[in-house]
Design a protein around this ligand. Structure first.
Ligand code: SF4
Length: 197
């Protein structure tokens, strides 16, 4: 099955309750042969409205990490989430929340297939839900980040979610969390043989 066919299936999916409150399914996007894949937890308000992953403030920060930090174009990488529809508190569309276990269970076959089809060399998981799902662990991101892990032979680097960075010191200044993410990205640069700045 190609990514296009998989996407077509996702766009009409009603396997979990998030189908009843979403505006659009956010399947994921990027280079189908990407060496680097980013995985977040789920769409937020801007993504739900646009149908594209990581386009809000956190997404703009992720784009800066890709373009200014890794010196790649956003379209060179592949970007997806663990769940494809926006989870909000009580389904009211006001406050975002992490996906529930049953939502992850329903949706994750899409992500697993995306990974199989893209076959990246490196996956960067953004935040706890993506990291815990992929690494099958209950450990938190603070303990897991900065070290290489394995998912079916693919190197996995967990790091903080851009939303977390925005909530903790933002993009400006030299905050400890921002330094951590940069250190994690330097490991990715080395692993992929990218040209560092
Ligand atoms: S979150 Fe995933 S499983 Fe749930 S309805 Fe959306 S696409 Fe289907």
């Amino acid at each position: 099955m190609s990514l296009d066919i998989l996407k077509a299936k996702a766009l009409t999916c009603t396997l979990c309750n998030l189908a009843t409150t979403r505006t659009q399914v956010v399947f994921g996007e990027g280079n189908e042969n990407a060496r680097l894949m980013f995985i977040g937890e789920g769409p937020g308000k801007d993504e739900d409205a646009s149908g594209r992953p990581f386009v809000g403030r956190a997404g703009q920060l992720l784009t800066r990490i890709i373009e200014n930090g890794l010196k790649l174009r956003r379209e060179d990488v592949y970007i997806a989430n663990v769940v494809k529809c926006r989870p909000t508190v009580d389904g009211l569309g006001k406050k975002d929340r992490a996906p529930e276990a049953d939502e992850v269970a329903s949706c994750s076959p899409f992500l697993i297939r995306q990974i199989e089809l893209v076959q990246p060399k490196v996956i960067v998981t953004l935040g706890n839900p993506a990291t815990r799902f992929l690494l099958k662990t209950g450990e938190g991101i603070t303990r897991l980040r900065g070290k290489w892990h394995d998912y079916n032979g693919i190197a996995v680097m967990p790091t903080y979610h851009p939303s977390f960075l925005l909530r903790n010191g933002g993009d400006s200044g030299n905050t400890p969390y921002k330094r951590d993410v940069w250190n994690d990205m330097k490991l990715v640069i080395d692993r992929l043989g990218l040209k560092s700045i």
